[in-house]
Design a protein around this ligand. Sequence first.
Ligand SMILES: [Zn+2]
Length: 332
Amino acid sequence: MSHDASTDPMWLAPQMLQLQRTRLAGRFPPALLIHDRRGAGGLWLARYAAQLALCRAAQPPCGQCRDCRQFLAGQHPDFMDIEPLEDSKYIRIEQIRALIEDLSMTAHAGGATVAILHPADTLYINAAHALLKTLEEPRAGVTLILVSSVPSRLPATILSRCQRLRVAAPTRAQSLAFLERHRGPGPWPAVLDAIGEAPFEARQLDPVEVAKLAAETFAALSAIAGGHQDISGLAERWARGEQFELRLTCFETWLTACIDRGAGGPGQLRELRTGAHLPESSWDMNIAALLRLLDAVYELRGFRLSSINRAVALEQLLWQLARVRARAAAAS
Ligand SMILES: [Zn+2]
């Protein structure tokens, strides 16, 4: 992370300033919950907060001192980064036990100790309970930073111990400026149309490939909603592809656009962007059913499944979409 401010995500400036003020006032919280939104930089903000806590310069984070240099090199002895292990969907209790042991020791460098847990909603329930004790009786100088885009999935006992900071949504202009600064020019508007206002996610992607995949995915979903599509074959093909996660993201975007349009609310702008791919207006899909489907797609994204299990799960969701359509047709 550089503190050349021109590369910072501009939309996070108010949150960065708030953290900096708290740090300078000596009131940095022992537990911070960053309420993330997908692709908007929650983890980036957590790392900014961690560096802020570790840096001992007069104007932190300075980027120059020993703490900052160690942190930026990924080698700070009093910084821990906890996420689900390779083959797991959850942060396990063994990981939390090891963390608690590390936290119980005095900081190696004699300064602050910081741990980031992300996504914090993947804390296995017993791991969350183990963590609670540390949250209740924090050692001085320890800061735990939890990052989650669905904090409602965390136990209330954990939530009540954390100071909350919400990640702001970038505007389209801010997202585009960020992407152009980091990746140079490209068909970024089409990428954001496909995946939503998620510049941190967009910057990992090949814009031309995404635009193509999104158009194809939207067309297939509209075909299902229109009652013509080989669902099993489609699920199998999508599940085998390397871009499975991206398909799910496009599925979410498409559902959100249908819901926005159905609700007739602030989604008009979105409809203009993806309108060509939306199902015909002659049928109204049940919004509650679509919301449930959106939830299920979100769930599936979190699982690490084999391609066979992916196909099974995805096929179920696509049939669910076909049924929403069938019910809407029967009702009209
Ligand atoms: Zn520093």
